[in-house]
Design a protein around this ligand. Structure first.
Ligand SMILES: [Zn+2]
Length: 187
């Protein structure tokens, strides 16, 4: 049976936690980024929406599962030039609803806990948290990224990705500089 998901409507604000899993409820829709207050603090602006689908069911171990996927294009601040840079996010998630921290610790590694003992669940809260978790720690424009590498080589400042990368640069800084120079000469 073909299934069509409708992302043209806003995501349901609440689902009934007692029914959603038993009835294998599936919700799909969008949320304006302006409505996601915790996420907004991490963004350069709140233009745009996130689209998401969430499926509720009991798995074979009678766990209350929420499996879902989200898609969003957001503007964040480039860590180099401080101008907005657009990034696309897509994430699948597999959650198990638990009512205590102890239950959360017993989950298999593949499942993330969603702590709740409420009679309703908020798809928006779930989507916002998953979106925050998949945000990159540092974002830069592609051209700014190249400039950071140059800064590290010339002034020894910037972001060190690992000890190994540092060693490699320290052992042969001039060949890397030559590569960078060749690259800019071609443009
Ligand atoms: Zn930049």
């Amino acid at each position: 049976m073909a299934e069509t998901l409708d992302f043209a409507s806003p995501l349901l604000p609440f689902v009934d936690a007692r029914k959603a899993f038993r009835h294998e409820q599936k919700v799909a829709g969008y949320l304006p980024l302006t409505s996601l207050k915790n996420l907004s603090a991490m963004l350069a602006d709140t233009d745009g929406t996130v689209e998401a689908v969430l499926s509720f069911r009991f798995d074979q171990d009678r766990r209350r599962r929420i499996d879902g996927e989200l898609w969003a294009t957001v503007n964040v601040q480039c860590q180099r030039c401080l101008e907005p840079v657009q990034i696309s996010l897509g994430e699948r998630f597999e959650l198990a609803v638990v009512s205590t921290e102890a239950m959360a610790k017993e989950l298999p590694a593949a499942l993330d806990p969603w702590l709740s003992d409420e009679e309703t669940l908020s798809p928006a809260d779930i989507v916002e948290e998953q979106l925050i978790l998949c945000m990159p720690i540092v974002s830069t424009h592609t051209q700014c990224d190249a400039a950071i590498v140059q800064d590290v080589l010339e002034k020894g400042v910037g972001i060190e990705h690992s000890d190994q990368a540092e060693e490699k640069q320290a052992s042969n800084p001039f060949s890397v500089l030559a590569t960078l120079k060749n690259r800019s000469d071609k443009h």
